[in-house]
Every structure is written in C-alpha cells, then in structure tokens.
Design a protein around this ligand. Structure first.
Ligand code: ZN
Length: 319
C-alpha cells in the first residue's frame, strides 16, 4: 500500500477516489500583484476558493492534484488554510515551472557556477516532500516541472534532472507540463531515461492538447501517463477535438494511462479578467458535467471513465 501526502495529511492511494489530476487553486504573480494590481483580495479569494472546491466535492470528486510550484505563485500556507475548510483532498507539488532558464534564485548556485556540483534544487524538493513545505505541516505529494515549445533549454534540462534526482531519493511521482505539438514528450523521455526514471511514474501533462494519435500512442506504449487535462480551454483546441482524442485513445486500450482534468483555477492572474468570459467552460465542474457524458456518448465505457478518474491517478502515486 502506498501513502499519498495531501494538505490534510497522509492517505492511502487506494482512498484517493475520483481525482482531477491537474487543477490549480490559484496561479499568481505575487511581485506584479503587489505593485500594480488591485485584483487580489486575500480574504475574498480564499472564501471563493473554499466555495468552489466544496461545490466540486459535492459532485463526487474527492481529490485534486494542484501542480502550482515555484514560478506560479505557490503559497502552501494559503492552501492549508483552504484545505481545512473543504471536503476533498488537495495534493500539493514541489518543483519549478519554467520554459527557459532556471529561476534567478538558482542561477548562480551549484552547477550554475561550477558544472558538476550537486544542484541545490534537489535538496529543496526533497525537503518539501519529506519534511514539509516551510511554514506548514504539509508535505508535497509529487514533483512538477515544465518544457514548452522552446524545447529542452539548458535551464529546463537542469530542472528536469533535479526533479529526477528528487524522485530517485523519495519515490515521489513526476508531472511534466509538456507541449505535445512540439513532441516535447520525446525530449522528456530522453532526459528522464538517462536519469533512470521509470516512465510509468511520469505524467505528461497537456497531452490532450494534441490530436496526433500516433504520437500519443507511442508515448503511452513507452509507459507514460497522459494528461488529458485542459478541458475547457477551448480557444486552443475545441471541445469536440479534446473529447475525440480521448475517445480514440480509449478505443485503442489506453484508458488506464490517461487522466482527465481542466487545468482550471479559482483565479489566475495571467489573463485579463476582461477575457475570462471567452472561456465559459474553463472551471472545475466541466469534466463531470460535460466531458464525461460526451465520452460515454462517444462509446467510452463507464469502466474506462473510472480508469481515467480513479485507477490512473492511483497508479501514478503508487508506482
Ligand atoms: Zn497547470
């Protein structure tokens, strides 16, 4: 039996239940907010998040994995405060989110100064996973990093190898933000493979942004878990296409290697609120309310839906 660290303490992986594997509570730019914005009201935003997450819990979702790491305005103390008031598990992550360079904090440390020195990022991640995130009782439940259309930039590779190092020391699974249109999954496969990471402990987030069924099939055959996790971001790929690729991958027998999610947030400051109405389906309830019925209409079975919502998340954490 494997234990998963949630913001309300450890639980058995078997008890995760229906899980949305990629939902943020908040995505924030704290420096910019502090200096230039009046949008953030701490008490109002926390209250709104508690309300939205309890609304989600009432639909039958019992866990969300929140991959908000360094670079996305991570504040685990705030998450712990919200967790205390909501009736689902929030699993927080550790790691670094960048498409290009390492954060300036790490730039002139470790291998950033002398190639070959141990990377201090590894100890930071391991501390979050094993002892808890500073200022909280919360331990991170998984690792998160990113690669986007820029490809395997040196800073991206350094983070990926640090994440692999923390994985090898702790056994925590890894989620990688990917850009499937640039076949970044293959670059992830190369680097993590060199580090000795088993692909079945790696979730390639945003795989569902692609309709390239042969590419996704080859990644699934390699053992990766595929994040079909941006339902509701219909501006970059429409609803029918997002549903269609999941239907086809289920038909090919990969339901046990896919997870469903929305990559939504209660508030994300990357988007001018003026444009938010342009994404009416981008919220926590879209998967259960709209996506699952469309999948069932498309020929996906309830057992396959359960594979994607329950079994695949459990396997990701269990290994
Ligand atoms: Zn995300």
């Amino acid at each position: 039996m494997a234990t998963v660290q949630t913001a309300r303490g450890p639980i058995e992986a078997a008890d995760l239940g229906p899980t949305l594997m990629h939902e943020h509570v908040f995505v924030l730019s704290p420096d910019s907010q502090r200096q230039w914005s009046d949008e953030w009201d701490e008490e109002a935003q926390v209250a709104n998040a508690i309300s939205k997450l309890n609304e989600l819990a009432a639909t039958g979702i019992s866990t969300i994995a929140d991959p908000t790491v360094d670079g996305l305005g991570r504040d685990v103390a705030r998450i712990a405060r919200i967790q205390a008031e909501v009736d689902l598990n929030i699993v927080v992550a550790t790691g670094v989110y960048t498409y290009t360079d390492v954060p300036h904090f790490f730039f002139f440390r470790g291998p950033g100064v002398i190639p070959g020195l141990p990377d201090p990022m590894v100890d930071c991640f391991v501390r979050d996973l094993e002892e808890g995130v500073r200022g909280t009782q919360v331990r991170a439940g998984f690792l998160k990093c990113a690669i986007d259309e820029h490809g395997m930039m040196p800073g991206v590779e350094r983070v990926l190898r640090a994440v692999a190092g923390a994985h090898l020391r702790t056994g925590a699974p890894i989620m990688v933000h990917t850009h499937p249109g640039s076949n970044t999954g293959l670059a992830v496969k190369r680097v993590l493979g060199e580090e000795g990471v088993a692909s079945n402990r790696v979730l390639l987030a945003h795989s569902g942004d692609s309709t390239d069924v042969e590419h996704l099939t080859s990644l699934a055959d390699d053992g990766f878990i595929l994040g079909m996790d941006r339902f509701g971001i219909d501006a970059t790929l429409d609803f029918e296409s997002r549903v269609g690729i999941v239907v086809e991958m289920c038909r090919r027998g990969y339901a046990g290697q896919m997870v469903l999610s929305q990559d939504a947030a209660c508030y994300i400051d990357w988007i001018d609120p003026v444009f938010k109405p342009g994404l009416p389906n981008w919220h926590y309830l879209h998967v259960l309310r709209d996506v699952v019925p469309a999948l069932l209409d498309g020929g996906v079975t309830q057992a396959q839906v359960d594979d994607m919502l329950i079994s695949a998340p459990r396997r990701f954490f269990e290994g």
